[in-house]
Design a protein around this ligand. Sequence first.
Ligand code: ADP
Length: 255
Amino acid sequence: RKIEISGKDQSAELEQLARAFNQMIDRLDRTFARQKQFVADASHELKTPLTVISSYANMLSRWGRDDVNVRDEAIEAISKESKRLQNLTKSMLMLAEAEQEDWLKLETFDLVQLADETADMLHATFQRMIRVHTPKTDVKLSGDKDKIRQLLVILLDNAIKYSKDPIDITISVTKGNVRLSVSDKGVGIPENDMPHLFERFFRVDGARSRTTGGVGLGLSIAKRIVDLHNGQIDVFSKPDQGTTISIVLPQKNRS
Ligand code: ADP
């Protein structure tokens, strides 16, 4: 499939063109392979809760009328797995949206205010202590406000799921960059798992994530949002001590 140029046609321009073309084909190949993998993984993730729901529905229809224990167990399992499907499809849609190319809606906003609002919203829902440490002045950031809110929600949601102690958001500004970090003193992440954290559907511990409702897409979406803002995301973590996700974003962004 690749272009080969040989003999008397071989001019510098043609060679350059062929190289560019081949690179494009390689990129398309990689994108296509990634998409195929995503569809395979997503189907697998959707299949598990659907199988549970359909088995319990079957049980309900056979014995649910006579046996109250069967009925209660089935109803609980069906609600839990439906909730999981909801989380999964919500995250998949979020990722799909984040993958669209023309997707950044740039505006300039105060990151401190956004962090305060998001912390308040999650505190109201989960009753967890979220402390926000910021400079005295506001911190102007040009970015997609909704997506940066989404990013904060993902990181705080993880900290809430995997820790018990207070959670800290810290914002600072240095040399035209904004640093935003979310720290918790929770279960932490084993060193072996660190390289895989941004892979789609990756979970450190399937059983633990299953009970916390994690689907393994949060950090993939977070990374995509940071990449689109030309930023950098890093994870620092120690098992049983806690995790810090640190993000650096250029304060002024071009899409
Ligand atoms: P999930 O939806 O399962 O939370 P993520 O992509 O957000 O998926 O995270 C991937 C995995 O990284 C999680 O399954 C979890 O094990 C681990 N992880 C993420 N954030 C934290 C954290 N703050 N503390 C401990 N483990 C975390």
